[in-house]
Write a new protein. Sequence first.
Length: 403
Amino acid sequence: MAGSSVKAQTVLLLHGPRQAYQITNGYDVPLLVEDDETLIQTYTIGLNPIDWKAPDYNFGIATLPYIAGRELAGRVAITPKRNSRLKEGDRVRYPPSSRKMLDYRDLRKAAYQEYVVSSDFNVARIPPSISFQQAAGLGVAFSAAAITLGICMGIDFSSILDGPDLLQLVRSVEPESIPEDVRTECLHGITDAERAVPGDWVAVWGGSSTSANITVQLARLAGLKVITIVDIAKHGLRISGCSAQRPDLLIDSHDTDRAVDIINKSVGSQLRFALDTRGRDSATILLEALTRQKRLNDAPPSPPQTPRELKTQTSHLVGLTGLPKETAPEGIAYHTVPIKIFHTVPAVGEALVLWLERLLEQGLIKPPPIIGVESGFDGVNKGLDRMRSGEISGGRLVVDLLA
């Protein structure tokens, strides 16, 4: 690889809000600072909605000019100084961020450039069966899905290719090593007695998203029963036709009252876990579904004198992008996904990327569908315009820099 000899590169720079990204040549190749850092040559970039929303609405831009981009696949150009499983030339995927809490300010780790820096414990090698496009399309979805299920719902993945028990893992590290704003979620969000186990039901609203796609796959691997709520006219055929993503129950989101009724009549009082990937409004609908389940659970037995086991468990609602305005009712807990522990707690990041390598190698997880491909740095702005217009739905849009 040429990474050690190349001193200048091409990048995309954002010079101000509501502007397009500009191709800039002769930009310095980022330098490795920490012993665990590796340099990756970018082959394919995965586009993310935040990359057009941030400049359009002027948020999340740490400095100007700014380099954006969160998802990529490529090859290792320079290996870490410390002993590492990574070798020069390895095919890898990486969601650019890092263990430092303000790492979005570290432009070395942004995707819109030819060479990117990463900590090795956040880099997953990809097998020959997975293309750079597919790997870039995985983005942050895998870590978000695994942490949603493993931390917020307490699923133990150890029976699946020796996957991690994330809840046990994160509770075994020094509490001070967990960022303060997610510490309560990690350490006290769910009790051991309430952890999801095989046979439990989980409802996923917005099942067409990339995060939902991977969440459903991991939940099914873990033995959970899945309800997916989507716009069936747009996504029903694709989801029902994909064996990896096919849920136990597929519900149309068009009529929300009917969707809640179907959940209620189909699974009765068995639903304790729900994930929303859309926003506050749909999270509130899922709250109604969980609340109805609680009312069924709490109803007196028939006939009234029939004894019953007095076992009350909390139901859990996870919001990827938002939660209901109202305070959580009694018996229901809200969860925000502590995604940053993938970067801030090295043991978590490494456990997840090693598990992802095994899952991909064995074909137990399928990358989301690629529904659009652009080429070259000028293809990034074209792709983001397609996302702005709402053209991209139900799959990933990627940009190839190198074949």
